[in-house]
Design a protein around this ligand. Structure first.
Ligand SMILES: NC(=O)c1ccc[n+]([C@@H]2O[C@H](COP(=O)([O-])OP(=O)(O)OC[C@H]3O[C@@H](n4cnc5c(N)ncnc54)[C@H](O)[C@@H]3O)[C@@H](O)[C@H]2O)c1
Length: 396
């Protein structure tokens, strides 16, 4: 059993608290802390309530600050659930204190922060990893298996987009989404880019064009309803990525437009097309289109065909072949904890986060310079998941 301490008990902590209490059997939430003590208390009260409901976990302690958690010899892993611009400081100080760290996405908010944290983890021989871990879920793993087994042939490219009107309608403290380290590429891009590199492998270079459509955003969620946020970052970003295997992906993320379907993710191969599920989720559906599945009709110009409302009507749904289809945030943490115990590799690792961070931050750089950006980080895909007998217990 690996003991962890949670730093930051805000919005996303709820799903970690639930999964650490009920799902992941070999990770123990040993303590929590937050700048706002009432949030740490709320986290502990949640666990107490679940113990009354039958959860077999101890009551976590409350640390007065993160440094008290870093100094606790019982704690092996710091779970960093702070805001993106705070990740670097928390992760760096935890590593310097000799603790392993699992951080929410992204690794840092600049490539320099990522470079430094990756170098520090290497130098100290500590485990560093982090979100997203949705790529380890049943949906993306099934897609990876299909691609690796040749179901769409050689990969030609991909087209992915995340389209929404921003988070100020629902998040209780949405300001950080519009400050340095925020914006749709840094916030939502990690899910899409992490899934892309898991499916297509190492990226070599990229281009980008980015802009800010609105200087101010109105908060409509509670409790900051009516307040205005000054926007400091680009909120509409488009780019192209060239992969080492020759595939080319287009990516588009925006907080600026009205649309009904947020996620769109397709991978194209020489033999077929795969519609990948929303990479911000763990489950399906996984849809595959192989043209030979259909009896050929008269050959017509595709542009003249009747436009169908659902572009996926000719795709068939593939059963999910892996575990973890519900919201399993913390899966990457449990996998990293198993790695600490056994010495095997861990999947949501800092080398992957570092490569993803270089891509995420690269689009604005390419946009500013007007040039192609060659990527310096190298990347090897982590192992595909194993199906284990017990849900919540990771493989040795
Ligand atoms: N909210 C979501 O739906 C969501 C989803 C996926 C990932 N995330 C990621 O989770 C992270 C946190 O997001 P959130 O929505 O929970 O933010 P939040 O603002 O709701 O919570 C962050 C908390 O961290 C605390 N904190 C910051 N620095 C601290 C420190 N040094 N010591 C103690 N406490 C500290 C803050 O007081 C705050 O309570 C971000 O990286 C975000 O990208 C959020």
């Amino acid at each position: 059993m690996i003991k962890i301490a949670m730093v930051g008990c805000g919005d996303i902590s709820r799903i970690y608290l639930k999964n650490l209490t009920w799902t992941f059997k070999e990770v123990e939430l040993y303590g929590v802390c937050d700048f706002r003590p009432e949030r740490a208390e709320k986290a502990v009260n949640y666990v107490k309530g679940e113990i009354e409901n039958g959860a077999e976990v101890p009551v976590p302690k409350i640390y007065k600050d993160m440094y008290e958690a870093f100094a606790d010899p019982e704690v092996q892993v710091i779970l960093n659930l702070t805001r993106p611009y705070e990740h670097y400081d928390v992760t760096k100080n935890a590593l310097l204190s000799g603790k392993n760290v699992y951080s929410e996405k992204p690794l840092g908010i600049t490539i320099e922060e990522g470079d430094e944290l990756a170098a520090l983890a290497e130098e100290k021989g500590l485990h560093l990893g982090g979100a997203p871990d949705t790529f380890m879920g049943a949906g993306i793993q099934t897609c990876r298996r299909l691609i690796d087994d040749g179901y769409i042939g050689e990969v030609i490219g991909a087209n992915v987009s995340m389209i929404c009107r921003g988070h100020e309608t629902w998040h209780p403290d949405p300001e950080f989404y519009y400050k340095k380290g925020g914006g749709p590429m840094m916030d939502m891009g990690p899910y899409y880019v992490t899934a892309l590199v898991n499916l297509l492998g190492e990226a070599k270079a990229l281009t980008g064009m980015t802009k800010k459509s609105f200087d101010k955003r109105l908060i409509t969620s509670k409790p900051h309803n009516g307040e205005i946020i000054d926007v400091d970052v680009d909120t509409h970003l488009a780019g192209n990525i060239l992969f080492a295997n020759g595939a080319i992906a287009s990516i588009f993320t925006t907080f600026d437009v009205y649309y009904t379907q947020q996620a769109h993710f397709e991978v194209y191969g020489t033999k077929g097309t795969l519609a990948v599920p929303d990479p911000n989720t763990f489950g399906g559906p996984v849809l595959l289109y192989r043209p030979e599945d259909f009896v050929a009709g008269p050959t017509v110009d595709p542009a003249l065909r009747k436009i169908e409302f659902d572009p996926y009507t000719k795709f068939r749904q593939i059963p999910l072949m892996y575990d973890y289809r519900e919201n399993s945030r913390g899966l990457g943490l449990a996998d990293m904890c198993k790695s600490i115990e056994t010495g095997r590799a861990w999947r949501a690792n800092f080398r992957q986060q570092h490569h993803v961070l270089e891509i995420l931050t690269g689009f604005s750089k390419a946009s500013e310079s007007g040039k192609f950006l060659e990527l310096k980080t190298r990347y090897t895909r982590p192992e595909i998941m194993n199906n284990n007998p017990l849900h919540g217990v990771l493989d040795e």
